[in-house]
Design a protein around this ligand. Structure first.
Ligand code: Z5A
Length: 217
């Protein structure tokens, strides 16, 4: 289906994904690439409505499978409306969270069976999978401190510390299983140093795929 390049940013709350995605989009555009920056959950008008249900603190009673199905619905809409057309048009797509969040949060965090989540994810994406994933790693308490400094916590940020520990372990397991795709980045450095580490990971890939000239190195 895809002929563009699909890059996802992953990590726990406050790891700096949104900050880094913006800096990365600017750098890639500066290299002359046609970039689309998007996110999950909540891209587009329908996604925005699903996101509001998912994150509202008053929806504390949302059952884990309901949460998973809402996230899968958001992803199905996002793939159909945004991701597949952009990749088919040859764009570099940067997505702030995608399927690895699903396995880390709903699988390792909530304890839903991974095989069920894989089936749900496959139904939502039609098999679309990231080419490269940048996993921003930060101890959970550090990320939560950063997120808290920003303001009121949403439904998921209010989870107990054990939940955040499980999802950090889940991300590590996903990265171990797919080291070629998932690049682990130390997110405990200042934002400029994190961005430099991301660019150092990506540049050889961009050159290898013929998207930028070796001269940029
Ligand atoms: N979710 C899920 O469960 N399953 C799924 O399949 C998907 C998602 C797709 C979306 O929340 C929620 O959905 C998320 C997982 C779940 N759980 N929660 N909560 P969101 O989109 O609202 O938030 P988020 O994705 O967790 O991102 P975030 O909390 O906004 O954090 P971030 O994007 O990683 O970080 P940031 O916004 O760039 O930075 C956070 C703060 O730290 C900010 O004040 C920055 O200025 C600061 N910052 C950034 N970088 C640094 C460095 N390097 N040093 C110091 N301070 C920094």
């Amino acid at each position: 289906m895809a002929k563009g390049l699909f890059i996802t940013l992953e990590g726990a709350e406050g790891a700096g994904k949104t900050t880094q995605a913006g800096l990365l989009a600017d750098w890639l555009a500066g290299l002359g690439l046609d970039v689309l920056l998007t996110r999950e959950p909540g891209a587009g008008s329908i996604g925005g409505q699903i996101r509001a249900v998912l994150l509202a603190p008053e929806n504390a009673a949302l059952a884990p499978m309901t949460e998973a199905m809402l996230l899968a619905a958001d992803r199905a809409q996002h793939v159909a409306e945004t991701l597949a057309p952009a990749l088919a048009a040859g764009k570099v797509v940067l997505c702030d969270r995608f399927a690895d969040s699903f396995f880390a949060y709903q699988g390792y965090g909530r304890g839903l069976p991974l095989d069920r989540l894989r089936a749900l994810n496959e139904a939502a994406t039609g098999g679309l999978w990231p080419d490269i994933t940048l996993l921003l790693e930060l101890p959970p308490d550090e990320g939560l401190k950063r997120a808290a400094a920003r303001g009121a916590a949403d439904r998921m940020e209010r989870e107990r510390p054990e939940f955040h520990q499980r999802l950090a372990a889940g991300y590590a397991a996903l990265a171990q299983a797919e080291p070629q795709r998932i690049r682990r980045i130390d997110a405990g450095q200042d934002a400029a140093a994190v961005q430099a580490a991301i660019r150092a990971e990506l540049l050889p890939e961009l050159i290898r795929r013929g998207l930028v000239a070796d001269a940029v190195r």
